[in-house]
Design a protein around this ligand. Structure first.
Ligand code: UGA
Length: 437
């Protein structure tokens, strides 16, 4: 198939490379000339395991190219809209400017029989609105809403081997054609047995935000239990293990700690609440306010814990923060709990040094006022307290004896509950964690 991918961020760049890997002929379009130049030279503009190798492999086949010129989508039969929908400033709602611009940009190039595919996370109702515009400009093309569920850090694997494929297809005769075209695009994962849900536009759009809301709720649930554990002296990691053995609950996404961040979960639950309000269904999602509040409280608690281990004050204390990315295996610092904690401590008078294996450059751009170091040892040199904020494998594997040599005070606050308290305490450290005694 000849495919265009509009928007080459975390979603689009991976999608374009994966579609080429599946054997399609792909053009990726982005307004950012630097990003296009990097991708065109076979390099990934962000850290994503497996993507550099995949770009190299697929660019060599000649089936993948990148451009800033939207007119080059002409000739493709399938057009994926993969642009971002960030949170609006001073509002919960999603900013739809990039989606609207991408759609308006691509519409004049669509030919009869083409399929426009929405992948961006959008407020329910967007697909219906785009379908109306499509009917005005190119009535012989059709729209499918095909939400994406990839996780950063596992994006290549998740795109090539998705958990499920969801299509929201139009009512009427267009529907079967659009579905057949998308089935051809995804022939390989479908042949592998990937479950497929074919539904209407509204359901497809809701599936995406419902999934992210459920994941956010699961994390905040266990973090609320962590608050109870702190009040009672219980251990939230054991509690999670125990309830996770019930297959109806499951252990995944029950890791208590600093909570969720990133470019998806926080803004998606807020945009969902905003949209529910517009639809007169705000009561249905009022629990998401609590999910958000529990999540944000963990960041405050983390700063409090650092203060507690420093005998009541972090003013003038040297703090090493391990981690800047919102999660390991990513260089994404959007709404990163780690940076939020680091910045709070700096604002409260601590002298903070942040380190991360991949995200320092992005973190420096987002928080130029913070100080950064390349390694945990450099960050922790002379530190009064170490805060583990993102659970990179190399931080989990730190040797408490050797690491104890570089710090001024052996105090560690484990914001992700990944260290062995016994091991650290027996090496002479004061160990504190969120939701553990
Ligand atoms: C999330 C969803 O998991 C994907 O399915 C979805 O496609 C994506 O958003 C999206 O909408 O594009 P992602 O943002 O990459 O993916 O990150 P997650 O792996 O979901 O982690 C989100 C946050 O939750 C991270 O800050 C992580 O540290 C935190 N988390 C995760 C916890 O605090 N505890 C857990 O048990 C799991």
């Amino acid at each position: 198939m000849r495919i265009s991918v509009i928007g080459c961020g975390y979603l689009g760049a991976v999608h374009a490379a994966c579609m080429a890997k599946l054997g399609h002929d792909v053009v990726g379009v982005d307004v950012d000339a630097d990003k296009v130049a990097l991708l065109s030279s076979g390099r990934a503009p962000f850290f994503e395991p497996g993507l550099p190798e995949l770009l190299e492999e697929t660019m060599a086949t000649g089936r993948l190219r990148f451009t800033t010129d939207l007119a080059e989508v002409a000739g493709a039969q399938v057009h994926f809209v993969c642009v971002g929908t960030p949170q609006k400033q001073r509002e919960y709602a999603a900013d739809m400017r990039f989606v609207d611009a991408a759609v308006e940009g691509v519409l004049p190039h669509l030919a009869p029989g083409d399929v426009l595919v929405g992948k961006s996370t959008v407020p329910v109702g967007t697909a219906e609105r785009i379908a109306e515009r499509l009917a005005e400009v190119q009535p012989e093309a059709s729209l499918v809403w095909n939400p994406e569920f990839l996780r950063e850090g596992f994006a290549v694997q998740d795109t090539l081997h998705p958990d499920r494929l969801v299509y929201g297809i139009p009512e009427g005769p267009d529907g079967p054609h659009a579905q057949a075209v998308l089935d051809e695009v995804y022939a390989t994962p479908l042949a592998d047995g990937t479950p497929q849900v074919v539904t209407d536009f509204a359901t497809a759009q809701l599936v995406k935000v419902a999934a992210n809301s459920f994941l956010a709720t699961k994390i905040s649930f266990i973090n609320a239990m962590a608050e109870l554990c702190e009040a009672t002296g219980a251990d939230v990691t054991q509690l999670a293990d125990a309830i996770g053995h019930d297959a109806r609950i499951g252990r995944r996404f029950l890791n208590a700690g600093l909570g969720f961040g990133g470019g998806c979960l926080p803004k998606d639950i807020r945009a969902f609440m905003a949209r529910a309000g517009e639809l007169g269904a705000d009561q249905a999602l009022s629990f998401l306010r609590e999910v958000d509040a529990i999540n944000m409280r963990r960041r405050v608690r983390m700063v409090d814990l650092a203060r507690e281990v420093c005998d009541g004050s972090i003013v003038g204390r040297k703090v090493a923060v391990l981690g800047a990315a919102f999660k390991p295996n990513s260089d994404d610092v959007r709404d990163s709990p780690a940076l939020s904690v680091a910045a709070q401590m700096a604002l409260q008078g601590a002298s903070v040094v942040v380190t991360d294996p991949e995200a320092v450059a992005n973190a420096e751009r987002a928080w130029p006022s913070l100080t950064f170091a390349a390694t945990p040892q450099e960050a922790a040199a002379g530190a009064d307290v170490v805060v583990l904020a993102t659970e990179w494998a190399e931080y989990r594997d730190l040797d408490p004896h050797a690491f104890g040599e570089v710090v001024a005070g052996k105090r560690i606050v484990d914001g992700r509950n990944v260290l062995d308290p016994g091991k650290w305490r027996s090496a002479g450290w004061v160990y504190r964690a969120l939701g553990r005694p």
